[in-house]
Ligand binder design. Structure first.
Ligand code: SAM
Length: 390
């Protein structure tokens, strides 16, 4: 990464010392100014929330959180001018000064963290994901815009294919923050919608549950969504852990699932070291990005996709969607899926609802069979429809 010129730092300092602190991470003045605005607004809302928490019982403050709308970033601390030279006015003035100093200290600390490379979402503590505000924290992957795009598309396809009254069971394997599971719930809303998300990382499951609590707090009726800890590779984890659903009648049978989705770790170790941004390498969990090495594996992620397809087959999933890291991996998943039976497959790009740009093919040949390729951008996911699922 090229070094920034000293003249840029001088200009940044002339705007605000915080802009200069943010510059190494933001790389240009406009971005630094924008992020400073967000950080200030976040700091204001943190302090006004903690003031509210001090004044009210904790439960009331918690249930007032709405995940559906980004909290207005312009929320200000309640500064009111002093009303005169009497004792009350002076003490109010002192309180305001203390509040302002507390705010300045918090903004300075958050800017230092961000300037040192901490991802903005970890600094602000959340990331919008469709209409939801998803809580984020170190140790759990930050939801990506491309993931949001396929989640919206898959909800539209499944919603269209199923009658409004159909009960639906959805499973999100490798759920992380729970962003995909919760957005699917928000978009597929219907009676009888049941969603389960699992992840091997206890921190991810704890954060997904926190996101669920915020989502449920704003919902009219309690959502039938649950998150559990399980390793998709671990047969000993048992069905109940992997798919925390009511057991089917036959003891060994797998529960039936309508839609199975997964954004598994899929980056090859060499690509992780060579191609990922420094902020990703330094801050986001490797477990979320790099699949475990498996002896004899011909391409990174083969074992985890094979396992996900195995689960899709056992649960007779009518629809499945797996995020992938490019064309080679997508073709690998297509080959694995075809070996498991008669399925219809589409490959989706980053923005599956966008018009393809010049040079973006709308079909691809995999082993002599043409497959549709939807949208624009990099190859991002493989969508599988089992025969008859229309
Ligand atoms: C790429 S992240 C996806 C997170 C989230 N679904 C999203 O799209 O933002 C992959 C997730 O898979 C989880 N994971 C990795 N190996 C796993 C395994 N063997 N079983 C279950 N989850 C696993 C990681 O902890 C991580 O949260």
């Amino acid at each position: 990464m090229p070094r920034l010129p000293p003249s840029l730092f001088r200009r940044a300092r002339s705007i605000s010392p915080h802009v200069a602190t943010l510059l190494p991470a933001c790389r240009d003045l406009d971005t630094a100014r924008r992020e400073l605005r967000w950080i200030r607004e976040h700091a204001c809302s943190v302090l006004s929330r903690s003031a509210t928490l001090r004044a009210r019982p904790p439960t009331a403050a918690h249930s007032s959180r709405s995940p559906r709308r980004r909290k207005p970033r312009g929320e200000q601390l309640g500064h009111r001018p002093g009303t005169g030279a009497d004792g009350r006015g002076a003490s109010r003035g002192k309180q305001q000064g203390e509040k302002r100093a507390e705010l300045d200290r918090l903004v300075a600390r958050l800017c230092r963290e961000r300037g040192a490379g901490k991802p903005l979402q970890y600094v602000l503590g959340s990331q919008p994901f469709g209409p939801l505000e998803i809580a984020c924290g170190p140790g759990v992957l930050i939801p990506r815009a491309e993931t949001e795009a396929w989640t919206a598309r898959v909800a539209a396809v499944v919603g269209e294919a199923c009658a409004a009254g159909d009960a639906l069971t959805v499973v999100d394997l490798c759920t992380g923050t729970g962003c995909v599971a919760l957005l699917l719930h928000a978009l597929l809303q219907r009676p009888g919608l049941r969603i389960r998300g699992v992840d091997v990382a206890p921190r991810a499951v704890a954060l997904a549950r926190r996101n669920l609590a915020a989502y449920a707090g704003a919902a009219a009726t309690p959502p039938d969504v649950a998150f559990a800890r399980a390793d998709v590779f671990d047969p000993a984890a048992g069905l109940a852990a992997l798919l925390p659903l009511p057991p089917p009648a036959a003891p060994d049978a797998w529960p039936r699932v309508d839609l199975l989705v997964a954004n598994p770790p899929y980056i090859a170790p060499r690509d992780f070291a060579r191609d990922t941004a420094r902020a990703v390498r330094n801050w986001e969990p490797r477990l979320a990005l790099v699949p475990p090495p498996v002896a004899g594996e011909t391409w990174a992620g083969r074992a985890i996709y094979a396992r996900l397809l195995d689960i899709a087959e056992r649960t007779r999933a009518r629809f499945a969607l797996f995020e992938v890291g490019g064309a080679a991996q997508a073709h690998g998943v297509v080959r694995l899926a075809r070996r498991r039976g008669d399925v219809e497959i589409e490959i989706w790009r980053d923005w599956p609802d966008a018009q393809p740009q010049d040079g973006e093919a709308q079909a691809v040949d995999v082993d002599g069979v043409a497959l549709p390729v939807r949208g624009s951008g990099h190859i991002r996911s493989v969508f599988i429809r089992r025969d008859g699922a229309r």
